[in-house]
Write a protein that binds this ligand. Sequence first.
Ligand code: C2E
Ligand code: MG
Ligand code: MG
Length: 513
Amino acid sequence: MGRLLLVRDITARTAKSHVVVTDMVAASFLVGPMLLILFFISLTRAERQMEEWRKRVTEESGARMQLREDHLRALEHAALYDTLTGLPNRKSLDEQLAHAVDTATQEGKRFILALLNIQRVNEINVTLGHETGDTLLRQVAERLEQGLPDALVVARTGGDEFAVALPAPGETSAADVVKMIRGTLSPTFYVGGISLDMLANIGIALYPEHAHYAVALLRRADVAMRQAKRRRENYAVYDSSLDPHGTRRLTLLGDLRQAIEEDRLVLHYQPQVSMKENRVVAAEALVRWAHPKLGLIPPAEFIPIAEQTGVIKALTRWVLKRALAQQAIWMRQGLDLAMCVNLSAHDLQDEALPDHVAELIEQSTRAPHRLTLELTESAIMHDAEQALGVLNRFAAMGCPLSIDDFGTGYSSLVYLKRLPVRELKVDGSFVADMCRKENDASIVASTISLAHTLGLVVVAEGVADGATRDALAELACDRFQGYYISRALPPAAFVEWLASVSGQAGLTPAVQT
Ligand code: C2E
Ligand code: MG
Ligand code: MG
């Protein structure tokens, strides 16, 4: 059969494809780098974009972190600094004081802590507006900071309270520190075109004499400040006998309960004189306690103790009973004197008191309109709604109500108008210096004129000399009391005194027998 061998020349065909391949290779040599360049360009662009994104994300998270940090810092600042004045707040004071104690201990140095209660801030808020009050507090802060460059701490501890710790090298006394503080506050403040003189009650505690720890030192300065406020003194240095947790206080508390039960308190009576009639028209009953071991205890010491412990309820009832019994005796003797009795904030929480007083009056004088009940503004403001209920009941019984120590509290006369008040007693602290201090004189003058506009009787207390009496007469003040006429006297001495001044020129006591 044989084999057929076919040979075909494909040179021409391969040559064609060779050309194609060569073309392709040539093209790829041309396009390849271009593609590579394009690829490189887009890669770089993508990389750049990614870098931008990364940057943006980093920036954004950084900003977010910063924001969080700022927020945290702001929170921390708000927790440690007072927003109004920018001064360290109470919490911060604790820390800074602890630090000051540590440093003083290590260096064997003394320092003095002063707590300041700026007077009449509430009154300024009420009468001139909160903005004025705020501006004033900011100015006080600035003065303290700038005026006391050596201060270890200057802080605002509350609404109208500031704390200052000052180094006390050598013999530096509390009085020196008070002088420095008062020096910074004494120039008149100007707020919105109004000039204001600011005073402070200052409580002083010394390191290391009064306490070795910051917390205890602060508490002691606080005790002293309350003491200064109560006694209306410029300053008070911590005195352990006045400490609410001190042993003297506990002794007094126990003994006071007993003294009331055993009838060992006494009442002294201070005469009140009518300006127009020049006649003694009333007597204020002021309680006295002669402690068998501790001697005469001033009411400014034991009344606050009685108030803080509820003993005041029994004390007030005792005073009312005694004063009314005395008034009844005097009435029988022909002495026509109104009786003024002081009530405390707690008495206005005592719903049973009006009925009890009605009963006592029924058993004694039967003249409710001759029993004036004196209340301080702060006693009323303590719980104004509750107070109003009890005050209305007293007013309905016919007992005149009087606002004692007017000018030292927070109320405005406009608010007092809503109360069934008949009389207003201008606080002795304004009256005492009215002939020397223009500011006090204008306070007394405007209080009298406003009170008269509201139909209130005005009594000035703390009149210590004739010039003050005359100045008050000029201002049409209705009545006055004070050492100029007489101190508070025991009942027998009171009657003797009345008899002695009877018929004297310028004073006609209400002696009718
Ligand atoms: P208060 O009711 O404002 O009484 C007036 C105080 O001023 C009395 O002090 C009086 O002796 C004093 N005083 C009178 N005239 C003058 C003066 O010309 N100059 C000066 N510097 N002081 C004068 P006292 O008796 O020490 O009483 C102090 C406070 O104790 C009273 O202030 C009153 O808030 C309270 N208190 C006294 N007795 C009672 C009471 O029976 N019950 C209550 N709840 N508080 C009482
Ligand atoms: Mg009084
Ligand atoms: Mg008074």
